[in-house]
Design a protein. Sequence first.
Length: 262
Amino acid sequence: MPARGKAATMDRVLGIDVGGTGIKAGVVDIAQGKLLTGTEKIPTPQPATPAGIFSAIEQILEKFHWDGPIGCGFPAIVKKGVTRSAANIDREWIGYDALGQLKKLTSHPVNIINDADAAGLAEMRFGAGKPFNHERGGVVLMITLGTGIGSALFVNGNLLPNSELGHIEIDGVEAEKNAATVIRERNGWSWEEWGRRVNRYLQTLEFLLSPDVIIVGGGVSESKEKFFPFLNLQACLLAAKMGNDAGIVGAALAAGELGGAK
Ligand code: BGC
């Protein structure tokens, strides 16, 4: 029987999606983009320090009895394994060697990536972005609406990482303080009131970037009929197809051989 080579072990990756509110994980078949297990979810420790989040990640590894490759999505700029921002997590993450810390947990391959970039990779490869995931696919902008606003920008199937478009200011207010899902919930806004804010935000991005396609992701994409009627855009507007699993699947992709949008 042939020895189990590297390629054979890299088809299953534990994807971990660290969010401002919850940490979700599942074992992913990265060739199919499918979860092979149920997802485990634990609340993000507060304050969301590196120590707190890494102890939560260790709990997750124990829950899955996992000893294999790990891909992790973080709600921060991630450059060469170092987290460089902290909008909805503790400021200790700024300049933190997250990849180095993750490597201490396993001898298997690991990777970390921005959470919205992870969700975008998953949608491009397996979800709503699939028809545009090729060398003439044009400009695809994925926006995730959740605790914060994340973005993933693709040009002809290639990711431009760490775009952080949730932080642009419109009328002097940061977009994620006005159009994230939690802001609607916190203020008790109607879908229309919130939808008009999302519309203003997406129209601004459309003016700046002229995307061919805009994919709206985050858990709220499952309620698209409630707010899509208020979105008036030139680009082809799509709801993400992979829902809340996109972050987990994309994080796993980033660690696997299929990392990248293609
Ligand atoms: C962070 C991004 C992240 C987004 C969604 C923003 O506050 O700056 O890095 O992708 O939230 O979690």
